[in-house]
Structure formats: C-alpha cells, structure tokens
Design a protein around this ligand. Sequence first.
Ligand SMILES: O=P(O)(O)OC[C@@H](O)[C@@H](O)c1c[nH]c2ccccc12
Length: 271
Amino acid sequence: MTGASAGASVLDDIVAGVREDLAERQRRTSRSDLESAVATAAPALDAEALFRRPGLSLVAEVKRASPSKGELSDIPDPASLAAAYEAGGATAISVLTEQRRFRGSLADLDVVRAAVDVPVLRKDFVVTDYQVWEARAHGADIVLLIVAALDDPTLRSLLARVGELGMTALVEVHDEDETQRAVDAGATVVGVNARDLKTLQVHPDTFSRLRPLVPDGVVTVAESGISGPQDAAAYAAQGADVVLVGEALVRDGDPRAAAAAIVAAGSGVAR
Ligand SMILES: O=P(O)(O)OC[C@@H](O)[C@@H](O)c1c[nH]c2ccccc12
C-alpha cells in the first residue's frame, strides 16, 4: 500500500480542496494557454546547481498561515518580504500557493517572481501535470512533489515533466518508505519534512533518521520547525545541504537579518 492510499488524513482533506480549486482554474485557463505562456517565459533557473554549492543553502518561505498554527503573519507585501530574504542571502524563495489552509495564491508567486533574481519554489500540493505547467507559466523554478500525496506512477510522471520544463523537483518525504520511493523514482533533491502532513506533528529527529537512506550525490533539504540559526547549524552538521524555513522568518521583524543569521550559522559547519 502506498502513502497515497493510507486512509483519511489532514493531507487527504487538503488535497481534496486543492482538486476543487484546480478544477475551477482549469475551466478558466486551458492547458494550451499555459503551454504558450511557458514557451515565451524566461527559462527556469538551475536551483539544484545552487544547492550543490559548498555551505548551507537557505530556502526562505513566504507563508501566511498553516493548518497546524493558523494565522502566522499578514504579509501585506510578499514582494518586499521576498526581497528581504534575498538580501539576507537566501538561495531560493518558497511561496505557498495553496489557498484554503495556507492563504497563498498564484498571485503571490507572480509578485515574488518579479521581485527577486533567485530561484522561486511553488509550494503546493501538486497532484497533476497541469499544476506543473502552471508553476512554470508563473515563473517557478522549483516544484514541490509530496510523496505522501502521490502514487508511484504519478510521482514518476510529474518528476519527468518537471525535468522536461527545466525545473528542479523538491521531493518531500517523512518516513522510510517514502524516502525509498523518492530515491527509486530518481529524485535528485529530497526534502525531509519533520512535520508529518498526515498528523501535523513535528518530529525533529526525522532528518537524522532518514538521511542515511538517501544516496550520496542526492541533495538533502531539512524542512519544518527550524526556529533559527542553532537549528539550522544542527541540520548542517547532520549533513543537510539546504534548510527550508517559514514560520521563524515570517514572524521575525527583520527578515533580512533573520535570513542572514541562518546563512551565517550554516557556513563553516563541518559536514
Ligand atoms: O514554517 P516552518 O515550520 O519553518 O516550515 C516551513 C516548511 O517546511 C513548511 O511550510 C512545509 C513543508 N512541507 C510542506 C508542504 C506543504 C505545505 C507546507 C510545507
């Protein structure tokens, strides 16, 4: 049995809402409209190559709310927030585009894309090819693929599409079985989410438990519950190439300095 069929969960609820919103957008914008937009868009930036550079990379997230915490921050100006992250040395910017639980949107992705020169991640519950085209049409360079939400054939076909469009896939796992599925499907960037999206609980030891299952040469990303520089340095010492941070940055009054402190903490950590 795969994660996608593991019974009712928060994740199933979120994906059901995502599919309804998706059907609505598909009525307005055809797949061929998206393909035309992609054909004339600037090519995707190579985020994976940036993640492979020495030192700890930071992916800084634009996140207003979450199912576990509710409202986090109003973020009236996502473009300025993203620019602050970039000025602080973030390698890439993550933008939540899920609307119902995270209060994100493709409009947020658009304004962030226009505001920064670094790669941008579309953070959403991607379950169909259409959403990958949509991500690229809106300027995303990276797409999140959550293994728990996908069966193997779908994971593989979405990975192939992300590659065809020149983008990087961040393939998210939260247990041993999902890690094996990600690796077998050929993921080159694996994100270990310390928050189990089925129960919403954070388990800080998840990264160190799953890291040994990821082959050398695959980029690893530590995700969720990172409260600041100390946590980031700890993940770097455990072999993380990248940390993905949302709440701690959106709640900080000085997101540029907060991002810079995380980047500084990760530099010079023996890995
Ligand atoms: O705000 P935090 O605890 O720093 O977490 C960021 C990020 O890991 C989290 O937003 C996230 C990780 N995977 C996801 C999948 C969908 C939505 C959100 C997420």
